[in-house]
Design a protein around this ligand. Structure first.
Ligand SMILES: Nc1nc2c(ncn2[C@@H]2O[C@H](COP(=O)(O)O[C@H]3[C@@H](O)[C@H](n4cnc5c(=O)[nH]c(N)nc54)O[C@@H]3COP(=O)(O)O)[C@@H](O)[C@H]2O)c(=O)[nH]1
Length: 529
């Protein structure tokens, strides 16, 4: 399976910022739990509020219905008689005594023949026609209000009816006053409906809360949509929401601090290795003609909080913990990709030195790193040099000798670093078939001083010549030192006089400039020649 550039970018980003992402995830989880809880609470509260409002609306409507029942019951005895002025007067009296009832009427053969509104018998015509299908029903009626529905409640006696009319406008006002933003609906006999629904548009989705009246004559209902739940939560529970956000941020920041908190030096080093915080720097090595012919890889720790940390401060711990092995692999892998892309700027036999610690001489992991490094370059392009320090004693359990033999077979050279400062220089030369000696900078620095023990440098060079070993003079800082060392026919020079350790990209620039200069010089020579 191949990973696209985008996936790589995401993976690298996730690895690089994993602590930050974990902290954000923690905060978001807390926020999700908190808001989830608040939302559930809001649901419960809103549902009980709607229940309460439905109950109040139902009670008020039931009152009106009871009033209508009493009114029609009072009017029922009048059904047997004709519509005299006295009957009409009695209907008016009943209606006036019932504050929520607008009219009381007597109906026969689907026509209103007597009403509390008129003091005479009404004629059969379109205006007085009324069809009564249910005990409670909604209808428009020309006499009472042709433009709006009226709620009628009827009571039957033989083939006649006493009916009371209730203003629907009044019912709507009741629903509005009680419901406020919550839409309430009155449904009669499970069919005809009166709704007050101006704030939220009507929906078929959501939680239905329905309450039947005492005699199942009507139902008060409300459907709570998702929007209503959210609005309720935001308007009533904003303080818990703010608190939840603040707590999530605090937990996030704290989590981040905990994840990033200073650990033991060992843990911190391990974390840095996982986060690829160790970078290779390259210090140029120049030849007798002053041209860059190689470089030494020197490790730097780019710490996210402390900036660049020099190797003296972390190499001993890396050696103790064994992490130096993987750090060396990281250095070689990184430098390999820089040099591979720019190998056309490198002179053949480019001298690339890397430090190895005594602990790395006990197994063949370093050999595998070298093998992988060498395999990508054409033969003879790069001369890899393993620099052995004398700081610690290399125990020759047989493994070190085997490692050096295999490295030699691969074409990797062995250099003895800090020569003369340790306790086993000569023993190592004899034991490990050393190819290069590096004169320690403490000796180089003495060149030019009054009490310079010149015989030390001279003797090292003399020894190297006799054993056919190359010499690198380390720590060259001025022209006097260079001149002195050049007179002794030393092959390689390294020090601040030429350059400090620099990032690989800067080193490549220098190689490119040198390569361009060489090309111009060759072109001039061939023109003149
Ligand atoms: N096992 C590994 N050890 C490593 C690795 N990278 C570095 N090291 C060891 O750390 C020691 C300190 O290294 P550093 O601080 O990088 O110092 C090197 C040069 O910067 C310094 N130098 C070079 N020229 C001059 C100079 O002209 N003057 C001056 N005062 N200092 C100079 O010397 C150090 C060179 O080190 P070396 O050649 O290895 O002796 C260092 O001893 C390294 O061994 C690593 O990847 N693995």
């Amino acid at each position: 399976m191949t990973l696209t550039c985008k996936s790589w970018f995401i993976i690298r980003f996730a690895i690089r910022y994993k602590h930050f992402l974990l902290a954000v995830l923690l905060g978001l989880s807390v926020l999700a739990f908190g808001l989830g809880g608040i939302y559930l609470h809001a649901r419960g509260s809103l549902e009980s509020l709607v229940n309460e409002k439905s109950n109040i609306a139902s009670a008020l409507l039931q009152n009106t219905m009871d009033e209508a029942h009493i009114a029609v019951n009072k009017a029922t005895p009048l059904l047997g008689a004709a519509c005299t002025p006295a009957t009409a007067e009695e209907l008016k009296r009943i209606s006036v005594l019932s504050p929520n009832i607008r009219t009381i009427n007597l109906v026969k053969d689907d026509y209103v023949y007597c009403s509390s509104l008129f003091s005479r018998t009404l004629k059969k015509n379109a205006n007085t026609h009324i069809s009564i299908d249910n005990r409670l029903f909604l209808a428009t009626h020309n006499y009472f209000n042709p433009n709006e529905n009226i709620l009628f409640l009827s009571s039957k006696a033989g083939d006649r009816y006493a009916i009371a009319s209730i203003d629907v406008h009044y019912i709507k006002k009741t629903l509005k006053t009680i419901g406020q933003k919550i839409p309430l609906t009155v449904t009669l006999n499970n069919q005809q409906r009166v709704t007050y629904n101006t704030f939220y548009s009507e929906t078929k989705n959501g939680t239905l809360i329905a309450l039947n009246s005492r005699d199942d004559e009507f139902t008060i209902s409300s459907r709570i949509s998702q929007q209503m739940y959210l609005d309720y939560m935001l308007s009533h529970l904003y303080i818990p929401i703010y608190l939840c956000i603040i707590i999530a941020i605090i937990i996030s920041i704290n989590g981040y601090r905990q994840l990033k908190r200073p650990r033991s030096p060992q843990e911190e080093l391990r974390r840095a290795v996982e986060d690829n915080e160790f970078l290779p720097y390259l210090q140029p090595i120049v030849n007798h003609q002053g041209r860059i012919c190689g470089a030494e890889i020197l490790m730097r720790w780019h710490h996210p909080n402390q900036g660049f940390i020099m190797p003296d401060l972390f190499i001993p711990l890396a050696e103790d913990t064994g992490l130096i092995t993987i750090m060396t692999t990281q250095m070689l892998t990184s430098v390999k990709s820089y040099l591979l892309q720019n190998q056309h700027y490198l002179p053949d036999g480019f001298h690339l030195a890397i430090n190895i610690s005594p602990g790395q001489c006990n197994d063949l992991l370093f050999y595998n790193d070298c093998l992988s490094f060498m395999s990508v370059f054409p033969e003879g392009k790069v001369k890899l040099v393993a620099e052995l320090t004398e700081r610690e004693f290399i125990e020759d359990t047989g493994n070190a000798a085997l490692l050096f033999e295999k490295l030699h077979n691969l074409g990797v050279q062995i250099a003895l670093d800090d020569f003369g400062t340790g306790h086993s220089s000569l023993a190592y030369i004899n034991q490990f078939n050393i190819d290069i000696i590096k004169i320690d900078k403490s000796f180089t620095h003495l060149i030019g001083s009054v009490d310079m023990p010149s015989h030390i440098v001279d003797n090292v060079v003399d020894l190297a010549n006799r054993l056919n070993i190359d010499v690198v003079a380390e720590g060259v800082e001025n022209a006097t030192q260079e001149a002195y060392l050049k007179l002794r026919n030393i092959q390689f020079f390294q020090g601040y006089f030429y350059d400090k350790p620099i990032p690989p990209a800067v080193f490549i620039e220098k190689m490119q400039q040198q390569s361009d200069r060489q090309a111009r010089l060759s072109a001039d020579l061939s023109l003149n020649g």
